[in-house]
Design a binder for this molecule. Structure first.
Ligand code: MD6
Ligand code: FE
Length: 202
């Protein structure tokens, strides 16, 4: 049984869950995912592209364009999403407490200026499964709000190797990334941050 280092508004934070060696091995796996399914900049229903670039692994990939958000069975190029790496599935098995394996691993890449606005993760069919996130590379300032938009928030820095579980009463809590701290980690070849989110979709 693993225990979170701290819990922020129901988000369980496992600081330093992955050793530096485990982080490097994971980055090698993700390089292969990106080779097969290259990062792209999703459009949004609001007309502006997202500042993060993304891709996915698994049976479903998260996709956004002017018509809305959805899970898609293929990368925009038409190729099937690559399989979720075993090392990623192991993290889910260790922390999620879910009987099912995830069927989407969304990979977000934050270049130095990228951010992610406050959002809920609500495109999945069954909110009894948590969302598990893995941070790699530069530190990211994570903001946690409420189950309704607005109100007071709390922020914490997520560092390379940290794992967050968003489940239970926190499953529909608003959250986002205000900014990253370029150069705070040497894990990646260039400044930036990778965040993986694992979900059960259908
Ligand atoms: C990020 N994370 O850390 C954005 N979603 O870059 C998320 O949007 C997120 O950390 C669901 C559960 C945990 C998360
Ligand atoms: Fe999210």
């Amino acid at each position: 049984m693993v225990h979170p280092t701290l819990t922020v508004r129901g988000f369980q934070v496992f600081k330093g869950f992955l050793s530096p060696a485990a982080q490097s091995a994971l980055v090698d796996d993700l390089r292969e995912v990106i080779r097969v399914a290259p990062l792209f900049s999703p459009q949004t229903p609001y007309g502006k592209p997202m500042t993060v670039r993304m891709t996915s692994a698994g049976r479903y990939g998260w996709y956004s364009d002017r018509t809305g958000y959805r899970y898609a069975p293929r990368h925009p190029s038409g190729v099937a999403w690559p399989a979720i790496p075993d090392r990623v599935l192991k993290i889910w098995a260790d922390v999620a407490g879910s009987a099912r394996a995830p069927d989407c691993c969304l990979l977000n890449f934050y270049a130095p200026e990228a951010r992610m606005g406050m959002h809920q993760d609500k495109d999945e069919a069954d909110f009894s499964h948590p969302v598990v996130s893995v941070s790699l590379g530069d530190d990211g300032l994570f903001r946690v709000g409420n189950t309704e938009r607005g109100g007071k928030t709390e922020s914490l820095w997520l560092q390379s190797g940290d794992v967050v579980v968003m489940g239970g009463a926190a499953r529909l809590t608003y959250h986002g990334i205000d900014r990253i701290k370029p150069g705070s980690s040497t894990l990646l070849a260039k400044p930036g941050r990778i965040n993986l989110t694992l979900r059960v979709v259908d």
